[in-house]
Design a protein around this ligand. Structure first.
Ligand code: COI
Length: 357
């Protein structure tokens, strides 16, 4: 399969940390497996792909990533079924998206063969870290940073691509309360909102911290020019259920083209649920909350899976959503349907599972 001449070199860890980890009590993204994948870009080509023990790295303080934020990433998960088979979910989507993100930040595309061979070699070495059972997964974080030691404000000539892995349970432990943005913005027309650029997340931390002080975990972002259209929450795309119809915003150069989002849209079609992909206004959702037709809001993302939203506030008007946790909720239905596919517990008619052999 490889188009590249460099074989992935493998240096294994002298010992495993796995016995120090309490898998029943995992805080998202704090524990990492024994190994990581690393590949460098020099002189116009990706070279020297290797797997090595997870460890700290050294960069010059002038590395461009520290100054201009040339950094993009992905979020993926590996799942194990009860027979020990390991699966990725639609990994080509993540591969395509990281390169799209890189392109937007003037960074070089990463080769497909290294991406898949690196991932698969890493998952074989750290296989024991993937726990079977719905609710368990190994979160995978591919990312690319500009490593060239030079601080003129221009794209780097040297990059590092890496994959690190972290055992994960749920991202949110309970239903999420959100604040609808009416001042700050996550992204703008022609900006980098559709890219999974590190800076998109940093830009949300301050407004999100203000929301958290008011008791909300997340901000639901609105369009930067008018703050009238609902777009996405920082860690997930958002779906609204009005009566029995789902509504979600169309992707654009402001919104992340989420893999979970597009899977929900397809599953809705499979399940005979109408899903309108269209612009959705804050006003119509407030009105639907007032007249009782707003049944549910939920977020969809790789880390967050499907996370019900139990309340939203907009300009000091607070709305509690009553349908959260109901047996017949769409959030529950989509979460179960998705997890069953991911964990090899149901048919995979769209070919979304990718077995790691
Ligand atoms: C993911 O769902 O993988 C994300 O990238 C969200 C992350 C910032 C936790």
């Amino acid at each position: 399969m490889a188009n590249h001449t460099d074989k992935i070199s493998i240096e294994t860890a002298a010992s495993t940390k796995i016995n120090t980890v309490d898998f029943s009590n995992l805080d998202f993204g704090r524990v990492f497996t024994d190994h990581m994948f690393v590949c460098d870009y020099n002189d116009g080509k990706w070279e020297n792909p290797k797997i090595m023990p997870y460890q700290a790295m050294t960069f010059e303080p002038s590395a461009r990533v520290f100054h201009y934020g040339q950094a993009v990433f992905e979020g993926m998960k590996a799942y194990k079924d009860d027979d020990g088979k390991v699966f990725l979910f639609r990994p080509k989507q993540n591969f395509d998206r990281i390169n799209k993100s890189s392109g937007r930040l003037a960074m070089p595309a990463f080769p497909e063969d290294y991406f898949f061979e690196g991932l698969e070699a890493l998952l074989k070495l750290d296989n024991d870290w993937i726990k079977p059972g719905v609710g368990n997964s190994l979160y995978l974080r591919p990312f690319v940073i500009a490593t060239e030691p030079a601080i003129s404000a221009s794209p780097a000539n040297m990059y590092r691509f890496m994959i690190i892995c972290s055992p994960a349970k749920s991202y949110y432990n309970s239903a999420v309360r959100v604040l609808i943005a009416d001042h700050y913005s996550r992204s703008a027309n022609g900006g980098v909102g559709a890219a999974k650029a590190a800076g998109n997340y940093a830009a949300q931390f301050y407004p999100t911290s203000l929301a958290q002080k008011k008791g909300f975990q997340q901000v639901v972002w609105t369009d930067a020019s008018t703050h009238t259209f609902l777009e996405e929450a920082g860690t997930m795309n958002v779906f609204f259920r009005v009566n029995d119809t789902l509504i979600t915003a169309p992707t654009s150069d402001r919104i992340l083209d989420g893999v979970t989002r597009k899977s929900i849209i397809q599953l809705a079609e499979d399940l005979g649920i109408t899903c309108d992909v269209r612009q959705v206004t804050v006003e119509e959702i407030k009105n639907a909350a007032k007249d009782g037709s707003l049944k549910e809001i939920f977020g969809a993302g790789t880390a967050a899976v499907i996370s019900p939203i139990s309340a939203f506030e907009h300009q000091d008007e607070l709305f509690e959503i009553s349908g959260v946790g109901a047996e017949d909720s769409y959030a529950k239905l989509f979460k179960q349907t998705l997890l069953n596919i991911q964990h090899n517990l149901s048919d995979d008619k769209h070919g979304w599972r990718h077995e790691v052999k």
